[in-house]
Design a protein around this ligand. Structure first.
Ligand code: ATP
Ligand code: MG
Ligand code: MG
Ligand code: MG
Length: 463
């Protein structure tokens, strides 16, 4: 909708303005010559008076036949807004905001559109995504998605990161990984990128120093049939950067970004208004809470400490030799909210066996790795690690197969990746952060599909 921005706030002004508006409900005719039309302009609902004598017979006829969701172009002279007492005398109050001088039908909507509200079943909302997102709260979610990406870019660019774009069609997959979609590709095999990790590392070997990208990755997740956190295509913020002393420089930078993004989404006026719109339709969604620790940073615990909290403080039978289950992550989320008043925290130093082959082993305890996950409202949103940068060490890790089947560094398919290490790779780390998951957790919505414009899962390839 292109609308004159002054219209929604029009009060007692003279003159006319032209803008496009959606029809909110059928024309209600008061008498043969006059009626009221409920319109939506820039998400604001307004009531307009239409008079046959003013708009002329053809436009009057078309107005009486207007269907809900149609688009009309109107020329209006603003009356006064309901509830808007200017104090300048009391003009006779009428129950409309605008007086229509001219009306033209731009697009007539079908008569029988489904009725979709925020309370409709998620499946119905997704099947009718256009009508759903047109609705205020769903629309606000995707405007916040845009705002979140803008804030991410704003922060990273201010810290010297370069925005890159790496390929989604790739030539090699990690052995044993069954989450890849393969792709018939001319004369050979290709796969859809399941993460961008190898290419963003290669960019660091090009002396880019700090890089990021935001884009889709694809995973053949059978569990997306029933999971509220897994899709088969989703948007990831990928970050990679070099560091000097300690991989925690990388963790600190990414956490600072998260604090910047999440606080500004709550603080800046335009985002605040969108958040309020989401809250109106989802009243049970609690405000997001960022509790910082005594360092002024996002609270951080080790994998071992988190398992200990689960077992000893929360009485949960958590297996220390397995990664966290969804329930364990959720329990930790509740624990840190209750104790540190935070919906966000980081777990670091995972056992090397649970992470990827190229994760750097911890200096003191080689069974552990310099890796971390960030948890938002009890759900993983980000995984990161220091990656091995030495070529011999990386080859050794590939052969050892600590966290999966062994890989052969001589294999031709790995040569493009390994050339980045043969030619000297700086010390570095990085992460993949699920943008959909971050927004879902921030808003306190239940399913990652709610914050994905056109979600893809085992059962859904459309709209
Ligand atoms: P999970 O444990 O939830 O399966 P993961 O550890 O397999 O996630 P990573 O490989 O670490 O995921 O990917 C980086 C980030 O991408 C995750 O932290 C998460 O935010 C997001 N992500 C991963 N898989 C999915 C998915 N199937 N749908 C939506 N987001 C995902
Ligand atoms: Mg997974
Ligand atoms: Mg995980
Ligand atoms: Mg992960």
């Amino acid at each position: 909708i292109t609308a004159a921005p002054e219209i929604p706030n029009a009060s007692l002004t003279s003159g006319t303005a032209t803008c496009d508006a959606r029809v909110n409900s059928k024309f209600s005719q008061k008498d043969p010559k006059e009626g009221l039309l409920d319109l939506r302009i820039l998400n604001e609902s307004l009531r307009a008076r239409v008079q046959a004598g003013v708009v002329g017979p053809k436009a009057w006829q078309q107005t009486t036949e207007l269907t809900v969701e149609s688009i009309v172009r109107i020329t209006v002279s603003p009356k006064f807004r309901m509830n808007n007492d200017t104090g300048k005398g009391t003009p006779e109050r009428e129950s409309y905001d605008l007086d229509i001088q001219n009306i033209e039908v731009i697009a007539l909507a079908s008569e029988s559109l489904p009725s979709i509200s925020p309370n409709s079943q998620l499946e119905d909302r997704l099947n009718n995504r256009i009508l759903d997102v047109r609705h205020n709260a769903s629309g606000a979610v995707f405007k916040l998605h845009s705002g979140m990406c803008q804030l991410i870019v704003e922060f990273l660019c201010s810290k010297g990161f370069h925005w890159i774009h790496t390929p989604r069609i790739i030539n090699a997959t990690v052995a044993g990984d069954n989450e890849f979609f393969d792709l018939p590709y001319f004369n050979g095999d290709a796969w859809l990128a399941q993460s961008t990790q190898h290419h963003k590392q290669m960019a660091l070997s090009m002396d880019m120093e700090r890089v990021f990208e935001i884009g889709p990755v694809f995973r053949s997740e059978a569990k997306s049939r029933a999971s509220s956190r897994h899709l088969t295509e989703f948007t990831v913020l990928d970050i990679a950067m070099t560091f000097q002393e300690d991989y925690r420089e990388v963790v600190d930078t990414i956490e600072s970004m998260l604090i910047f993004v999440l606080t500004n989404l709550q603080k800046r006026e335009k985002f605040r208004q969108l958040l309020d719109a989401v809250r109106r339709d989802h009243p049970s969604a609690r405000e997001f809470s960022i509790g910082l620790d005594e360092r002024g940073k996002i609270p951080r615990v080790t994998f071992a400490e988190a398992k200990r909290i689960l077992q000893q403080d929360l009485g949960i039978e958590a297996n220390p030799n397995k990664n966290f289950t969804d329930e364990e992550e959720a329990a930790l989320g509740r624990h840190f909210l209750a104790t540190l008043h935070t919906d966000i925290f980081t777990i670091e130093q995972y056992p090397a066996s649970m992470r990827q082959f190229n994760s750097k082993a911890s200096a003191d305890t080689p069974e552990l790795s310099n890796t971390w996950d960030t948890i938002v409202r009890g759900r993983e949103i980000c995984s990161g690690s220091q990656r091995i940068n030495s070529y011999p060490e990386l080859c050794e890790a590939m052969r050892a197969g600590v966290c999966g089947p062994a890989m052969d560094p001589e294999d031709e398919k790995w040569q493009p990746y390994l050339s980045a290490f043969k030619s000297g790779m700086p010390q570095h780390g990085g992460c993949g952060l699920g943008v959909n998951r971050l927004l879902q957790g921030f808003l306190g919505l239940k399913d990652v599909r709610e914050v994905t414009l056109f979600p893809r899962d085992v059962n859904r390839l459309a709209p």
